[in-house]
Ligand binder design. Structure first.
Ligand SMILES: Cc1ncc(COP(=O)(O)O)c(C=O)c1O
Length: 350
């Protein structure tokens, strides 16, 4: 990802929500990332403590966290997003009182319809100008997340989403510049659209997160192959009640209840690779349902013989959630554990 971003002239700022680990963030920074992205102030606090010095909160951070944000600004270069004038004005007040300047980006809705200003609204440029004029705020630019890419039905669809996102941002930025407000940064970020966004002009930064591990959703979307998926769950068969059913010791507290998304979606809560040394799925094994500590797997008659005590590898549907469910990731090569990696920011949701 770093190589692709650099080749396209983009700055890479990976979203660290996927790994929540200062150790992995350090690898990304050493490879050339300009900083990291997080959603929550509590995550930023963990990464700041670990020495990451450039952190972007790509989130409409509530002003209730103001004292913690000001405290973080003493230690790191911090930026955050706004999409509401009243909130921007409150941040402005906080920063004037603290005699600080906060870097802000305006979040733009590029079709996901989650957060962000509607770029089509008649006063979009005025909104940007008003935020840019607020004392105590330093307006850096605009930021978007094309989360609708997870609903894409084909490669063409992904290309279209990335193109439309870039075109929307370019049009807004051009109008804002024409109004006399300089725009330094134009930041996009989603793993499925990353390679398409790198072909677009006028963008400066990419913030993909999931790519650091990939998962079954990315396989379904065509962003990765099963072998590209770096995060797997090692599970043990704990029960084989019948010829067509077995149970693994990894339930919703390990795999999460997230479905896989994307076209060509596979059934189940992750794909089972019955030979732990080879990341090859066995489609005769389907994780049909989860309870907290159990995965109930249906197996076709004659499918891989598995007995209690046997281990399997599961490629999960959504790696970002799975990492957040464990204290430690184990870096392995074959059977050898090379390093235990603490997921230091797990559960840091405030
Ligand atoms: C604001 C924002 N930026 C970047 C990302 C990273 O996208 P992805 O998970 O597709 O890598 C996300 C993911 O949720 C996000 O919400």
């Amino acid at each position: 990802m770093q190589a692709a971003a650099s080749a396209a002239g983009f700055r890479l700022r990976p979203h660290a929500k996927t790994h929540k680990s200062p150790r992995i963030a350090r690898w990304q920074l050493d490879a050339g990332a300009v900083g990291i992205t997080v959603a929550k102030v509590a995550e930023a606090e963990v990464f700041a403590e670990a020495g990451v010095d450039d952190i972007r909160l790509a989130y409409p951070v509530p002003t209730a966290t103001a004292s913690r944000v000001v405290d973080l600004m003493e230690r790191v270069r911090l930026s955050l997003c706004v999409d509401h004038l009243g909130v921007a004005m409150r941040w402005s007040e906080v920063m004037v009182n603290a005699a600080r300047n906060l870097d802000v980006l305006i979040k733009v809705d590029v079709g996901y319809h989650r957060c962000g200003i509607d770029p089509g609204r008649s006063d979009a440029v005025e909104f940007v100008s008003r935020v840019a004029a607020l004392p105590g705020l330093r307006f850096l630019g605009v930021l978007s997340h094309a989360g609708q890419s997870y609903m894409a039905s084909s490669d063409e669809d992904l290309i279209r989403i990335a193109r439309e996102e870039a075109a929307t941002l370019r049009a807004l930025v051009s109008a804002v510049r024409t109004s006399g407000v300089p725009v330094k940064e134009v930041s996009v970020g989603s793993t499925p659209t990353a390679s398409c966004s790198f072909l677009e002009a006028g963008l400066t930064e990419a913030r993909p997160g999931n790519y650091v591990f990939f998962d079954l959703t990315q396989v379904n979307l065509g962003s990765a192959s099963l072998l590209d998926c770096a995060l797997t769950v090692l599970a043990t068969v704990v029960s084989t009640p019948s010829a067509d059913r077995l149970v693994l010791d990894a339930g919703s507290k390990t795999l999460s209840s997230d479905d896989a998304r994307g076209p060509g979606v596979r059934r189940g809560f992750g794909t089972v690779c019955p030979d732990v040394s080879r990341q090859v799925s066995d489609d005769a094994l389907v994780i049909e349902r989860l309870s907290e500590e159990h995965a109930v797997v249906s197996r076709l008659p004659g499918a891989t013989a598995l007995e209690p005590g046997d281990r399997v590898r599961i490629v999960p549907n959504h790696a970002c959630v799975v990492a957040n469910l464990t204290d430690t990731l184990r870096l392995v090569e074959g059977d050898a554990v090379i390093e235990d990696i603490p997921v230091a920011a797990r559960g840091k949701n405030s």
